[in-house]
Write a protein that binds this ligand. Structure first.
Ligand code: SF4
Length: 896
């Protein structure tokens, strides 16, 4: 067995991992105790990386289709890249460089990002290269630049320990950055005086831990920050010396915030004025560390939200010292690296400005090209709109799934259908976007490629390959470099001179040189130095270590050295609720799933936390609509609709609903939550308002329910379900089980299905062999059930017309129960399992496999959290389930 150190590929916390492997397979993953982002800890997603690495469902060979109507056929890499180069070159020759575009990803390595950026801006001469970071971080980028002068998070994770107040706003850190949240819990245990303020419309697991939770109405953040500044002014809590010495723009802002009294803003935000006052006092007392994420960024006034939050830091001098900083949490693992190399439509390498002719000339000189284009390229939403209109004819998509993740999916999918030529460079074969690929290029995935990544605290780590990629999959960087050589030949440009790299380190060294003299200067850094451990930027030549905190001297990279106060009025959400659309829809992350589930969706145990897509709704709103848990509703926005199960949630205030961002058209009927979201975007950052839409919710009557359950390999089973999902008004597909995987495919329709469809689906899921299936049919009532039994074990079932046994049956299939013991109940309409066959129930602690019934029984016996951790050990490994354990204690104590 060999062990290499690397980094987790999910969130921007950037946890270090140790990958164990034999010659060809990743066999285990554990936290790296030496990595300063996590000191050996991993959350549920990180700790199951080895399982997702072993899953099938990978894209293995290049595949090309002759025309849109034909299926793709396997081709060689040479043929694939030749074809891509010919297509791109022909379009560029006929329509110009802006007729092609690249849509890349915050999950790419920095070296991948660098070559994509140089390919578009240097070789082709278009700035049409944008990334899914546009959906994630671009408002944070613009907020930093507008106030502090550079896209540079000034704080670090150590500040969590030094802070007197933690101000978490627009972030469910407990779910989205779990290991940072563990660090927050530890800091609070060590310093009980530390205050935690959480601003979030929902009472999330993060908010439950707060000393003060401000459950503001969606989108009202700017009004809240202005009101806090108003209180600070009124109560003389501002740092006048700091303002005078290090900032400008204060007078104008002061005039603006005078209008935002706590009383007035209490009405706008829907919170008590006294709570605004309290938040202002604790913030000003400091040292204060703000942590924020998509709640601020994914908004049509995302830049205003970011920048007016930074106002509070500048006004109170809460920046540039231990425990005091505005620390934007990056959603993706390497959104920061992408920003460093300028891999977006409006950025240039090493934080240079596209609008600055000197900066453009510097980049052109570094790359050895005559010039780089001056006009910003199309950003994510604009890019797909341009594809839809035919302005962009060839699109290269790498490491991202826009047919799931972009808002207003109807338009996005129209665009992908309309494109002349779509290249999809992907590790996983079955993503929603894959179906639109004219050319599919198989990509190496996590644990299979080399490079670097930068986390939320500017810390660069080495990503290492532990095993070779499967099939003919290749690292993205290598594929892009070879494409650049071929495209260069086609266009009569010297691609080999521009892309002379033989390995990712060559690319890193060129990127390093581009940072010389810039705010993110890493000319003192090398792969050899990173081999000794990760480092934060800046790290200029001669330095031996990076810089944990920026702006300690109060000098900002704004030209004049002063930070700018940002003066913006509060603006409401782009879409307002009204009589036809009376409810707010909020979207967000779950703890155990990642983005569009192309990786986490293959690991059955990651469904234990939340097993299916649900609309969460306040219980009184449900009562008013006579809705009950588990019933189907149609959620409708101005763009589309979705049929989904509803569940009551006391996390939400009245008038608000929530759907997780993860489930797309591969896991549910319709196009997922982004059938509902809107593509309006911030005028500066161009980041869309994924966080809010106005919706209506109405009960749907689809009485004929069916559930197919089948044991097997996750990716294979999910693929079997794909042809059928879109044939139902309601369909949900997921996995369950721990040591064994079971597909659960649930549908609902107005009445029984046509016989031909029933037979086709039975055959697809292996439920058609009369020698292996038990059968129960009541034709008069439309009930028809089947169970597949192999070697005395239940391995599958189909319940049609009556599905009461669904939950216990799926558990027994996952646990490999004997068919003999449950034979008489197998096809009966009973919600409770037969005696002695209770099953383990839902697993709450994924790391140590502790199930809910055992936890509930221990709580009934008087156990508190310490006792649960002592006896059952739940919550003692990654700690992600601790908030849920606390909730269970509160609930079941109240009941007993
Ligand atoms: Fe990965 Fe979890 Fe760490 Fe994020 S917090 S980097 S998902 S292990």
């Amino acid at each position: 067995m060999s062990v290499v150190s690397s980094v987790c590929c999910y969130c921007g916390t950037g946890c270090g991992v140790l990958i164990e492997s034999d010659a060809r397979k990743i066999t285990g993953v554990r936290g790296d105790p030496a990595h300063p982002a996590n000191f050996g800890k991993l959350c549920t997603k990180g700790s199951t990386l080895a399982l997702s690495a072993q899953a099938s469902g990978r894209a293995l060979y290049p595949e090309l289709r002759a025309d849109k109507a034909s299926p793709r056929q396997r081709v060689s890499w040479d043929a694939a890249l030749d074809h891509a180069a010919e297509q791109f070159a022909a379009i560029i020759r006929e329509h110009g460089p802006d007729a092609v575009g690249f849509y890349i990803s915050g999950q790419l390595l920095t070296e991948d990002y660098y070559v994509f950026n140089k390919l578009a801006k240097g070789l082709i001469g278009t700035n049409n290269v944008d990334t899914n970071s546009r959906l994630c971080m671009s408002s944070a980028v613009a907020g930093y630049k507008a106030t502090l002068g550079a896209d540079a998070p000034p704080g670090c994770y150590d500040d969590i320990d030094h802070a007197g107040t933690l101000f978490i706003t627009g972030s469910n850190t407990a779910f989205a950055h779990p290991i940072l949240f563990r660090r927050i819990e530890a800091a609070r245990r060590a310093n009980p005086e530390q205050k935690l303020i959480v601003v979030d419309p929902r009472r999330t697991d993060t908010a439950v831990e707060a000393d003060l939770h401000l459950a503001i109405l969606p989108g009202t953040d700017v009004a809240l920050y202005h009101a806090m500044l108003n209180v600070m002014l009124w109560e003389e809590l501002i740092d006048r010396d700091y303002i005078a010495a290090h900032t400008d723009g204060w007078e104008k802002l002061r005039e603006t915030v005078r209008e935002y009294t706590p009383e007035k803003v209490a009405t706008i935000c829907g919170v008590a004025a006294a709570d605004i006052v309290q938040a202002a006092r604790w913030f000003a007392a400091g040292p204060t560390l703000s942590m924020y994420c998509q709640g601020l960024n994914q908004s049509t006034c995302g830049v205003d939200k970011n920048a007016t939050l930074i106002n509070l830091h500048l006004a109170t001098g809460n920046i540039g010292k231990p425990g005091a900083a505005p620390l934007s949490l990056t959603g993706q693992p390497n959104a920061m690296g992408g920003r460093e190399v300028g891999g977006m439509a409006h950025l240039l390498s090493a934080h240079r400005d596209m609008a600055n002719p000197e900066h453009r000339a510097e980049v052109a000189r570094l790359w050895g090209v005559d010039s780089v284009p001056a006009t910003p390229g199309k950003t994510a939403i604009e890019l797909f709109e341009a594809v839809r209109k035919g302005e962009i004819k060839a699109l290269w998509i790498s490491c991202t799934n826009p047919a799931q993740s972009l808002p207003n999916q109807k338009l996005v999918q129209e665009a992908l259908q309309a494109a002349e030529f779509v290249v999809v460079q992907e590790a996983f074969a079955d993503t929603e976007t894959g179906q639109f690929a004219d050319l599919l290029l198989p990509a190496a995935s996590w644990g299979e490629s080399e490079g670097t990544m930068t986390n939320s605290e500017r810390r660069i780590s080495r990503m290492r390959a532990a095993v070779p990629p499967p099939g003919e999959a290749r690292p993205d960087c290598r594929a892009v470099v070879e494409f650049a050589w071929k495209l260069g030949e086609q266009l009569g440009r010297d691609g080999k001179r521009l892309f002379p790299y033989t390995c990712p380190e060559d690319v890193f060294n060129e990127h390093r040189e581009s940072t010389r003299g810039r705010d993110l200067d890493i000319t003192g850094l090398s792969y050899a130095m990173l081999d000794a451990g990760p480092q934060q930027w800046p790290l200029p030549q001669g330095a031996t270590t990076g810089k944990p905190r920026l702006y300690e001297d109060g000098v900002f990279p704004t030209g004049q050295g002063r930070a700018h106060f940002y003066n913006a009025p509060y603006r409401p959400t782009a879409e307002l609720i009204n009589a036809p659309f009376p409810l707010h829809l909020n979207t967000g992350r779950l703890r155990d799933q990642w983005h569009g589930m192309s990786r986490t969706g293959l690991v059955s145990r990651l469904y234990a936390h939340v097993e299916e897509p649900l609309l969460s709704m306040n219980s009184q709103d449900m009562q008013r609509r006579q809705l009950h848990d588990g019933e189907l509703v149609r959620v409708k926005s101005r763009r589309g609709s979705l049929v989904i199960k509803v569940q009551a949630s006391e996390e939400l205030r009245g008038g608000q609903t929530f759907i997780p961002m993860h489930w797309g058209g591969r896991f549910m009927a319709g196009m997922g939550v982004n059938a509902l979201t809107l593509d309006a975007f911030d005028p500066v950052s161009k980041q869309p308002e994924l966080k809010h839409a106005a919706v209506q919710v109405e009960k749907v009557t689809l009485p004929y329910r069916r559930t197919i359950m089948r044991r097997g390999e996750g990716a294979t089973l999910l693929r079997l379900a794909q042809p059928y999902i879109g044939r139902f008004d309601y369909a949900s597909v997921g996995l369950t089980g721990r040591d064994n995987t079971v597909l659960v495919f649930e549908t609902a329709s107005v009445g029984p299905l046509p016989e031909s469809l029933v037979q086709e689906m039975d055959a697809a899921f292996g439920l058609d062999d009369p020698l292996l299936t038990m059968n129960y049919q009541d034709a008069r009532r439309g009930i028809w059930k089947k169970a597949r039994v192999e070697d005395g074990m239940i391995t599958g079932a189909r319940l049609s017309g009556e599905t009461a046994a669904r939950d216990w049956l799926k558990n027994l299939i996952a646990e490999g129960a004997s068919a003999m013991a449950v034979r008489n109940w197998l096809l009966a309409p009973v919600e409770q399992p037969p005696e002695g066959q209770v099953g383990r129930g839902r697993v709450v602690c994924n790391c140590l496999n502790v199930a809910a019934p055992d936890i509930v029984a221990a709580i009934a016996g008087g156990a508190d959290l310490a006792a649960l951790q002592g006896t059952l050990k739940c919550g003692t490994e990654c700690g992600s389930c601790v908030p849920e354990l606390k909730r269970m204690i509160a609930t079941h104590r109240a009941v007993t």
